[in-house]
Design a binder for this molecule. Sequence first.
Ligand SMILES: Cc1cc2nc3c(=O)[nH]c(=O)nc-3n(C[C@H](O)[C@H](O)[C@H](O)COP(=O)(O)OP(=O)(O)OC[C@H]3O[C@@H](n4cnc5c(N)ncnc54)[C@H](O)[C@@H]3O)c2cc1C
Length: 455
Amino acid sequence: MARERWCIVGGGMLGLALAHKLARQDREITILEASDRFGGLADAWTVGPVTWDRHYHVTLMSDLHMRDLLKDIGLADDMNWRTTRTDFYENSRFHPLNNAIDFLRFPPLGLIDKARLAFTILYASRLKNGVALESIPVAAWLKKLSGECTYERIWKPLLRAKLGENHKIVSASFIWSVINRFYSARRAGIEKEMFGYVTGGYKRIIDTLVADLESRGVICRESAPVREISQSPHGISVRTSVGTDTFDRVVVTVPGDHAARMCAALTQHERDRLDALRYQGVVCASVVLKKPLRGRYLTYVADETVPFTGVIEMTAVVDPETFNGLSLVYLPHYLPADHPLFDESEEVLRENCISNLKRMYPHITDDDVVAFRVSRARNVMAVQALNYSKAVPPMETSVPGLHIVNSAQIINGNLNVDEAIGLADRAVPQLQRLAAAPALPDAANNNPPLAIPAE
Ligand SMILES: Cc1cc2nc3c(=O)[nH]c(=O)nc-3n(C[C@H](O)[C@H](O)[C@H](O)COP(=O)(O)OP(=O)(O)OC[C@H]3O[C@@H](n4cnc5c(N)ncnc54)[C@H](O)[C@@H]3O)c2cc1C
């Protein structure tokens, strides 16, 4: 019997993880990726003399899905674990925020406010499920538990750092999921949370994963942007810039508006639902410096005059020898996907970033800046607005054989690779159940072999 032919649209970590799991069964799998490299938001690029992740990435000890995947592809022993330090920048001063003593010394808050903040964190960490918080605006919930002052001085800057202006519309389940991510180590029986990276960064992870997929017969095509997915008498037709092919099953992993545009076969209602998902984007500068900043992996920036919402000193985690002794720093600015800053020139962004970096870290001079490059990603994370779970598109569609599995389906969770792989884990049994339902006309028997030529 001809093997079932499956197509996965999108070669980010979610698409690759789905292929990794689906390839265990006897079926032909093709991944179509628009860009000239796999990995999506987790891909790597080159900034001056440094090649590393385009966006800062670490794995937590409690990221068990990710660690299982690394084990499967033989990279688990190449993980380097580090304890990290965190700062909070406010009023031109850095405040360490690493342990209970830092917290008690933390000057922006008085004793009662600190007690209410501690209570809020403890209370949220004890809540088993964030769904009940979906109908409460995050600001209202935090103000009620922590008080107005703590909201303004602590929570609001932290929310801004992660969500930009979208912090005004998210529900309380967002902050519940953030707090819970930091308690997940304890739940997983891990004594101390640590941050890790694989030697060689995500480039090595993705190269190894793609090589592993190819060795198991998965067809991995980059530079193959999907233009249209339609229903045909023989299955689901997928048109790319280089040809059309027909599959028994197609799984679309791309963001909602992209999926709505390409899935002509869906009903208007289904496409409107995908299109209505609002995304959080990021303009994220990578800066290569001759000197370290302060050796903190993460600094929350609570100063609204600074044009980035955090400072991530990657070389506080990654051995600086990896970059020949240079320091790699990321300056993310989280924004709504339609913000005009996405169209700003690299020169203006560079001037804004470097002048403010020098203001925050006076020991840094222009001469210390070795290289600068900006990544602009408009569709990073679906914004979990009020009652979000009701807006999420289901995996099953009105078109038999066409499925949506994308990161918008991560409900009450943070966006990270571990969640993406967890979503793939949950999706596979559901896709298999749908595939076992009454069969479509057999695409493999009625169609010519793969019509998409290699580039
Ligand atoms: C600044 C930043 C920092 C982060 N830090 C961390 C971290 O520390 N730890 C962590 O675990 N996670 C982190 N993440 C999150 C992580 O990168 C994502 O969770 C993960 O990469 C999402 O994978 P995905 O496949 O769902 O989406 P994406 O990576 O967006 O993949 C979607 C893919 O679909 C492709 N595509 C789009 N349209 C088409 C089309 N028409 N045809 C074919 N292909 C198409 C895209 O090119 C892309 O490759 C971070 C993300 C960002 C932006």
